[in-house]
Design a protein around this ligand. Sequence first.
Ligand code: SF4
Ligand code: SF4
Length: 286
Amino acid sequence: MKGAIVQVTSACNLRCNSCQTYLSKPEFLKWDREWLRDLRKQGFWYLSLTGGEPTLHPDIVKMLQAMKELGFITHTATNGTNPEKIKEMTEYLDAISISLDDYMPDAHNQFRGRKIFAEAVESARYVKGKTKIATVNMLVTEDNAERVLQMAEFTNSEIGLPLSLCFPDNASYVFNKNFSVSHKKIQTAFQVAYSNYRKYVFGNTREYYRQCVEYLSGNKVSRCRAGEAIFYIDVKGKLNACFKHEKPPRNCNECFIQCFREPSLFNPLAHMGVFVRSYLKGKKPV
Ligand code: SF4
Ligand code: SF4
């Protein structure tokens, strides 16, 4: 059983500080049922649709519907700026992540390059309970790294969703090479999430947070599964090991991007912990 991150488009309606997607020509994945059937035959069971901004693909709802009909588990990561499209998509999604980097509107808007905080929060509130798993995804930056607890409080209490942390790693081809976050700040953010895992509902496994801290300290962590359990399909439909490598170098340890490291990707039942803890805390299931 394998999973793939699928870039359905390189088009995006934002210009986030961390990203250079906008530099590439906007392209849209060409797909059909045969192509999806072939992925099933190759053993793929989990598809995570990403971009650019996936909601901009003109066929996104039809594509998701076909994926569900063929038995895939579906996920998308969106910037939340297209709430109407997201409403149509949720019928065919098992999981969704909405990007929100800060609980302070100005900070989020400034980082994302447009006033989108209200739309993103609206989308996040809408998806609560509509898919099996829904999370708010916070990219850790130099600026927000020390506000993880406030963000967890905001997403859990004001939105009702778990908070996931996105490891800022320029191994991803879309990363703006001028955007950097110090290891100290990244460690602070992930250590705080690890230490407060029982106090708030987080969307990653605790083991992922622990390993992020260890990774930055140069300690041993579990090996990357890119090209083995998790793959990356680019906007041209080409199958790669990850964002960076067509075929992974042996024992590659060049990045810690959650797409290829989060332990629950290899064991979807690990996410049950998030459900159980949210019930125990008397919060609405997510
Ligand atoms: S980070 Fe995502 S939302 Fe922001 S510009 Fe890049 S693709 Fe668009
Ligand atoms: S560690 Fe994994 S995801 Fe990162 S560059 Fe190497 S093979 Fe790719």
